[in-house]
Design a protein around this ligand. Structure first.
Ligand code: FE2
Length: 383
């Protein structure tokens, strides 16, 4: 593993050589802040016990040795000795040459299209997922990788969708309630409650933060049509970027506005881009919803026509059947979408018969936390 340790820049930097030839540089100040000793980090909960102001700004490494795969350093001027296991250093190495293009995503994300997904929709039955943590792990991992998954075998009754959220976390309540009804109404306060088809969209982009997960469950579905479909917004954004990088740049660099004021006492507003990138260019969120898009006022006049052309092209790609995975929810079936990534749509349906779905929101950080904890448990069991 670790073979050499060499100080440079007067002890401000240490260069570690690995058996495989790789070299990883670390800054003394970084190593000191991330020291693993029990004066720096709580042995109980792992939380840091010091602040940046407890570390001298002029921190250097005075001495460094490798001892049985462990790096031992002494920090000056504190005279503090700290050990770092080589496995920890390797896992946290940050000295990488990586040219990341805007719109990159992490290794956990797998983009998909109709061709790759229609015949392999991830699914589990509720009974198995609630009984067998390996089934639950695979189902949650599918949500992490693909941004959606189907769950079968729920009771076809009101409120059953909460059982899905209970498997990994908590419902996020909104002004629509703990959950909301999606069925045809005579005077709907939201177009979702009609029999019209709905363009593929993410839900509630007018909230900030946006609900990161949505669960839709079917209680009754005897109408003609009314199929559900999902579209991978990350795949569409990537296609837009390949086709026309400037379109991608416009939609990711100018904020859109979203608004919902359809019920009394509610005026939700947000200002966020349709394609949101993190500060390092990571693709982190898609917001797309024709019903709640408000007038764009943050795009310069000179760029507005190009912005609209980019919006139109993004919408055309979203409508492209090559990206659409379709299924009809039967009573007792539900699906979950990562609402920061995967758009959902509904086909129009006829007035005969009944279509009764319920929807609710939940939080992706809770889902990912539960998944990571299960994975950690599996790893420990295997060791
Ligand atoms: Fe929706």
């Amino acid at each position: 593993m670790l073979t050499t340790a060499r100080l440079s820049d007067d002890g401000r930097v240490i260069e570690l050589g690995w058996k495989d030839g790789r070299v990883s540089r670390f800054h003394a100040i970084w190593l000191r802040d991330n020291a693993l000793d029990d004066k720096t980090r709580s042995a109980g909960n792992g939380q840091r016990l010091i602040t940046i102001l407890d570390i001298p700004a002029e921190t250097r490494i005075g001495a460094a040795t490798i001892n049985g795969g462990v790096l031992e350093v002494t920090f000056a001027p504190e005279g503090k000795a700290v050990s770092f296991p080589s496995s920890w250093l390797r896992a946290h190495a940050y000295d990488r040459q990586q040219a990341r293009e805007p719109g990159w995503t992490g290794g956990d994300i797998e983009r998909w299209t109709k061709a790759t997904m229609q015949d392999s929709v991830p699914r589990a039955t509720y009974a198995e997922a609630s009984r067998d943590s390996d089934v639950l792990r695979r189902w949650l991992a599918a949500v992490r990788s693909f941004g959606f998954a189907v769950m079968d075998g729920l009771p076809a009754e009101s409120g059953a969708l909460c059982k899905v959220a209970d498997l990994f976390g908590y419902i996020r309540e909104t002004n629509y309630g703990r959950w909301f009804e999606v069925r045809a109404e005579v005077n709907p306060n939201n177009l979702a409650y009609t029999n019209l088809g709905l363009q593929a969209h993410t839900d509630n982009p007018y909230r900030d933060p946006v609900p990161t997960l949505q669960i839709l469950a079917c209680i009754e579905n005897t109408v003609e049509g009314g199929e559900s479909s999902v579209v991978d917004g990350f795949a569409v954004a990537a296609a837009l970027q390949v086709e026309n990088p400037d379109d991608f740049r416009l939609l990711s660099s100018y904020p859109a506005r979203f608004e919902y004021a359809g019920s009394s006492g509610v005026r939700l507003q947000s200002k966020r881009p349709m394609i949101e990138l993190g500060p390092d260019g990571e693709l982190i969120c898609i917001r797309f919803n024709n019903r709640s898009l408000a007038p764009a006022v943050d795009v310069p006049f000179a760029a507005m026509d190009k912005y609209y052309a980019a919006y139109r092209r993004f919408a055309e790609l979203i409508e492209d059947p090559a990206f659409e995975v379709t299924f009809k929810l039967e009573p007792g079936q539900s699906f979950i979408v990562d609402n920061t990534r995967v758009m959902h749509a509904r086909k129009a349906f006829s007035g005969s018969g009944k279509r009764w779905l319920q929807g609710c929101y939940a939080d992706k950080d809770g889902l990912l936390s539960t998944l990571a904890a299960i994975e950690h448990g599996f790893k420990e069991a295997a060791e």
